[in-house]
Design a binder for this molecule. Sequence first.
Ligand code: S3P
Length: 424
Amino acid sequence: MKFTKCSGLQGELTIPGDKSVSHRSVMFGAIAKGTTEIHHFLQGADCLSTIACFRSMGVNIENNGDTVLVHGNGLHGLKQPEAVLDCGNSGTTTRLISGILSAQDFPVTLTGDASIQKRPMKRIIDPLSQMGAQIRSLRDNGCAPLAITGSPLHGIHYQSPVASAQVKSAILLAGLYADGETRVTEPYVSRNHSELMLSCFGADVHTEDTTAIIRPADELFGQKVLVPGDISSAAFFLAAGLMIPDSEILIRNVGINPTRDGMIHVCRAMGADLTLMNVKEDGEPTADILVRSSTLHGTTIGGAIIPTLIDELPMIAAMACFAEGETVIRDAAELKVKESNRIEVMVRNLTAMGADVEETEDGMIIRGGRPLHGAVIDSRLDHRIAMTFAVTGCCAEGETEILGAECVNISYPGFYEELGRLMK
Ligand code: S3P
């Protein structure tokens, strides 16, 4: 896939469903009683992995495209799968499903692609084991494949060393099956989609500061779920609209949950011209966002805001190359354990395009204002890296070629077509 400098973006687009919310709606629907009706479900490869896993555990799931019907088996109705569960490229599937599987009355093995088999699973093995789960890394390296044998679980109070919604959610899901209350305290609040949705499904869950608290459940009840547009997907168009001169685009139906909206705050801190319109506060809040090309300046990003924009940091780093002055990203060591090492990959690829960017222990320092030129970009099959450099290629002199470009199907099928459609 090749990109050259673009002379502006114009028009409107609707953002596909949120990946985190889509995964959870299938998982919670599968262990609820009755039917869960999911609208604007993300048909990305990651969410399809979640559907496939639950189908292989006997859950009837009708995937009609935009709408998905999950006919739940109840908390104790999953069946032992005949084969190894394949979580594909999806960390959310692997970690959240482990919380559920820890409490079932059958053994199961789960794994995923080459990237998943390198991602840290000790962060869920430790707390789930403390709850009484039997969960083992088959290669003894703290990664998948994982062998899980369901067992009776105890409530715990877990102090998580990382702000991670996947860790928190795995523990909360196991907590549904525990013999008492389960608490997870994080250094900073991570995305709270599990807490919000589990509560709608009838679970007794609440939060106190950075602690999520759940009590065991007898039953969950299927719900109608309206999936908001994914702000992590919208981020590429937000950045493109700001970075590409003579652009004005309206991005419709973007989820603006405060535990996810850090990108909007950072864009504004950098001087962006963004207007939120048609804000809806019901359930997961959404807005339409009008974005116009802007003169940007550098900023510092660290601390509590990091979990609210963790997946947007590659795009923010590239955007900082087009801002005046220095941008510092810190407290973001988690970037190293995503679908790729996103600090290393960003620094390498931005440097190849002529940027002044420096790798640090827990982030990057970007000195903006240098013009970028095209380069060959190895996406490392990381969907967010591919999309980041598609947008960056539209702002650079010469040609940018993205290797492994098809990986965008993980979270945003149709991304390149949408970008092309908006070009003047
Ligand atoms: C996710 C949580 C985040 C995020 C990932 C999706 C989720 O990961 O990066 O894309 O759906 O819970 P961590 O929990 O590892 O921070």
